[in-house]
Design a protein around this ligand. Structure first.
Ligand SMILES: [Zn+2]
Length: 49
């Protein structure tokens, strides 16, 4: 069984619209620091859910 986190952000995601904090500025300049809405993919041993 495999659990993959697809997103780990809150409902506002990252970067937050119109926010000037350091974390949001970093997420805007480097997409690797951006966070999508919280979601996950769970796969069974045969590759299906
Ligand atoms: Zn922010």
């Amino acid at each position: 069984m495999k659990l993959t986190f697809l997103g780990t952000g809150n409902s506002a995601q990252m970067p937050v619209y119109n926010c000037d904090c350091v974390a949001c500025a970093r997420a805007r300049s480097d997409v690797r620091h951006a966070r999508l809405p919280c979601s996950a993919l769970l796969q069974g041993n045969d590759g299906q859910c």
